[in-house]
Design a protein around this ligand. Structure first.
Ligand code: 13P
Length: 252
């Protein structure tokens, strides 16, 4: 049984005060032991969130990270800075980074490698646009995004990593993939990894993201290959995030 994994991607939302309110709202998540729970606040608030969650077993992730170690990269932050601030890993290849910041598969793979080298957790995000789905290209697109890491770093690079399937058309739109649509893609992604290493594929957590909320999460978590959720908007509402974590616990 794969350990359920739930993360809240706060995206570019929150200020000190609202973060405090949200952290208070999810304070009952303390000492979580059966599932992995993470939050990914904006970089200026890592330390606030790390300190607030200290000793609670909830990990803090960055929303992206530089593939470079240090130097003249204005506006970026490194894996060393994540470690220094108590941040456990980072999302890489989120569709908003791919689409709005022109991150390519090659860059995403380099970020993944930088995290692995530092012993931090990469959360590789893959997903197709609506046009790609309508053109029947879903599996080709998500496989290409996954293979960019698999082929360059091997299946062992996924030890401790998480793979997130986030259909772009379902992000922030209120349109969720049906549990069956998501399951089909998750199973295909697992098969891509299995072609490299069947054991690693069986162990890999593949989580779904895209308009996940308390009201639709149970159906998603009922699917065999959906091991958790990467939650955007609903993770900013304490009651919603608590309910999604509770649903993950019930998956056990
Ligand atoms: P929403 O849950 O707001 O659709 O966002 C999903 C997402 O992009 C999480 O990384």
């Amino acid at each position: 049984m794969r350990r359920p994994w739930v993360a809240g991607n706060w995206k570019m939302n929150g200020l000190h005060q609202t973060n405090d309110e949200l952290l208070k709202g999810i304070s009952s998540l303390a000492a979580e032991s059966e599932i992995d729970i993470c939050v990914a606040p904006p970089a200026p608030y890592w330390m606030q969130v790390v300190e607030a969650l200290e000793g609670r077993g909830i990990k803090v992730l960055a929303q992206t990270v530089s593939e470079h170690a240090s130097g003249a990269y204005t506006g970026e932050w490194s894996v060393g800075m994540l470690q220094d601030c108590g941040v456990s890993g980072a999302l890489v290849g989120h569709s908003e980074r791919r689409q709005l910041f022109a991150e390519t598969d090659v860059v995403v793979a380099a970020k993944f490698a930088a995290l692995k080298q530092a012993g931090l957790q990469p959360v590789l995000c893959v997903g197709e646009t609506l046009e790609e789905r309508q053109a029947g290209e879903t599996l080709a697109v998500v496989s290409r995004q996954l293979l960019a890491v698999l082929e360059s770093q091997g299946a062992d690079a996924f030890d401790g990593a998480v793979l997130a399937y986030e259909p772009v058309w379902a992000i922030g739109t209120g349109l969720t993939a049906t549990p069956e649509q998501a399951q089909a893609v998750h199973a295909s992604l697992r098969a891509v990894v299995a072609a490299f290493d069947a054991v690693r594929a069986e162990q890999l957590r593949i989580v779904y993201g895209g308009s996940v909320k308390a009201a639709n999460v149970a159906g998603l978590f009922a699917m065999a290959d959906i091991d958790g959720a990467l939650v955007g908007g609903a993770s900013l509402i304490a009651q919603e995030f608590l309910a999604i974590c509770q649903a993950a616990r019930q998956r056990l």
